[in-house]
Design a protein around this ligand. Structure first.
Ligand code: ARG
Length: 402
C-alpha cells in the first residue's frame, strides 16, 4: 500500500489543489479532512464531494461546532482571553480542535503524515505542527505552500490544467479565517497599516453607527459558562451564535490591531468577534462580583499567560493544562445574571445579580444601615504604610547627611 497523508481541507482553491499537488510530489494517497468550526459557507457534504472530485482517496468530515464552542471557546471565555489585550484568539482556538480531528483521521485511515495549507510565515503552521507532534509523536508534517513550492499562481494554473471543480477567477484580496468565535481578515490593502478598513471587510458585524435601537440582554452564567439568554436555556454554541447575531447587529467586537506573531513578524489584522467580546464583557463583570480580590488579581496574570500559550500553539502543553485547573477552580462561584445594553458598538453592563455574590450592601453603603466599623481603618492604614514610612525616614536622614 502506498503511503497516506491526511490533509486539513477547507474546500477552497489552495487546499483543493494541494490534494493533487501532494500526490504528485510525494506519490502518497491523500485523505481530505474538513472540520466545521462554524465558519459558515458550504455544507460539509459539498466539501466532501469536492475533495473526492479533486482526487482525495477518502474524505473525513466532522461537525465540530459544539465541541469547539464547549471545549475551546468556553475555556477562553473563562480565561477572559485577549491576546495583546485585544484579540480573542479566534484562529488560535480552532487549530487544536482541527488537530484532534486530523490525528483521529490519520489513525482511522492509517496515514503517516499530516498536511496543512499554511504558509511559512504565520502562527498557524506552528499551532498545527506542535499540536500534531504532541498528539501523534510518530506523525510527520508537510505544508505544500511552505515545503512543496505551491504558490498562488501555480495553484490557479494547476486547477485550470486539471479542470478541478473549483472557482479560480474570484479575486478576493483578503486572507480570511473564520469560526463561530470570530473572523480574522488580513492582506491586500490592509497591509498598509495607515489604510482604514473598508465596509466590505466586515461580515459578522454591522456598522456601529447604523443608528439602530439599543438591545437589552440578560445573560445567565453557571460556573463561568453562559447557560441562558433572556431566560431561554442555551448551549455554549447557541450562546455564541445568539450573541454574534445581537451584538453583531450593534457593531460590537470590531478590532483592528498590529500584533506580534510568534515567528517575530508584526502583522496587521482586522477581527470581528461580536459574541465573544459581548460574552467576555458580561463574564468579566460577573467575576468582579463573585471572585475574591486576591484570586481575581492573580487570575488576571494566569489568564494572560494562558492566552499567550494558546496564541503560541501550546494548547496541549503541560503548563496550559495546569493553568486550566487553576482557572476552572476560580469559576466555582461565577454564577448569576448580567444585564447589558448592546448599542452603537458597545456592550455596557447595567446590572448584576448572583446568589454567590461577594458584594455586601451593608458593608458598601454610605447610607444608614452601614455595618462597617470605620474606626478599624485608622490602624490598618498606619500598619499598611509603615514600611514606606520607615524607608522614607531613612532616605531623608541620609540626604541630610546625618
Ligand atoms: N493573526 C491571527 C492568529 O495568528 C489569525 C491568523 C489567520 N488569519 C487570517 N486572516 N487568515 O491567530
Amino acid at each position: 500500500m502506498s503511503e497516506r497523508i491526511v490533509l486539513a481541507y477547507s474546500g477552497g482553491l489552495d487546499t483543493s489543489v494541494a490534494i493533487g499537488w501532494i500526490a504528485e510530489a510525494t506519490g502518497a494517497e491523500v485523505i481530505a479532512v474538513a472540520v466545521d468550526v462554524g465558519q459558515g459557507g458550504e455544507s460539509l457534504e459539498t466539501i466532501r464531494q469536492r475533495a473526492l472530485d479533486c482526487g482525495a482517496v477518502e474524505a473525513y468530515v466532522a461537525d465540530a461546532r459544539d465541541e469547539f464552542a464547549a471545549e475551546y471557546c468556553m475555556p477562553a471565555l473563562q480565561a477572559n482571553a485577549l491576546y495583546m489585550d485585544s484579540y480573542p484568539l479566534v484562529s488560535a482556538l480552532s487549530r487544536p480542535v482541527i488537530v484532534k480531528h486530523l490525528v483521529a483521521a490519520a489513525r482511522q485511515f492509517g496515514a503517516t503524515t499530516v498536511s496543512h495549507g499554511c504558509t511559512g510565515k504565520g502562527n498557524d503552521q506552528v499551532r498545527f505542527e506542535v499540536g500534531i507532534q504532541t498528539l501523534g509523536p510518530d506523525l510527520k508534517c508537510i505544508a505544500p505552500v511552505r515545503d512543496l513550492a505551491l504558490t498562488r499562481d501555480k495553484a490557479i494554473a494547476f486547477a485550470e490544467e486539471k479542470s478541478l471543480p473549483i472557482v479560480t477567477t474570484k479575486k478576493n484580496p483578503f486572507s480570511i479565517d473564520a469560526n463561530v468565535w470570530g473572523r480574522a481578515v488580513e492582506t491586500g490593502f490592509l497591509e498598509d497599516i495607515w489604510n482604514g478598513p473598508t465596509p466590505d471587510v466586515y461580515e459578522y458585524t454591522s456598522d456601529p453607527a447604523s443608528g439602530i435601537a439599543a438591545d437589552e440582554v440578560v445573560i445567565t452564567f453557571k460556573e463561568g459558562v453562559p447557560v441562558a439568554i433572556d431566560g431561554e436555556p442555551v448551549t455554549p454554541l447557541q450562546a455564541i451564535e445568539e450573541m454574534n447575531r445581537r451584538a453583531g447587529a450593534q457593531g460590537i467586537g470590531r478590532i483592528d490591531i498590529v500584533e506580534d506573531r510568534l515567528v517575530g513578524i508584526k502583522s496587521r489584522e482586522i477581527y470581528e468577534a461580536p459574541g465573544a467580546m459581548a460574552l467576555m464583557a458580561a463574564h468579566r463583570e460577573l467575576e468582579n462580583v463573585t471572585v475574591e480580590r486576591e484570586q481575581a488579581r492573580f487570575k488576571k496574570t494566569v489568564g494572560q499567560r494562558w492566552t499567550e500559550l494558546v496564541y503560541d500553539g501550546q494548547w496541549f502543553s503541560p503548563l496550559k493544562n495546569s493553568l486550566d485547573a487553576f482557572i476552572t477552580d476560580t469559576q466555582k462561584y461565577v454564577s448569576g445574571d448580567i444585564r447589558m445594553d448592546l448599542h452603537a458598538g458597545r456592550a455596557t453592563v447595567t446590572g448584576r445579580r448572583s446568589e454567590s455574590s461577594l458584594y455586601d450592601f451593608n458593608l458598601a453603603t454610605y447610607d444608614t444601615g452601614d455595618t462597617f466599623d470605620q474606626s478599624m481603618a485608622r490602624g490598618f492604614i498606619e500598619l499598611f504604610g509603615m514600611s514606606s514610612k520607615v524607608a522614607s525616614g531613612r532616605d531623608q536622614r541620609l540626604a541630610e547627611g546625618k
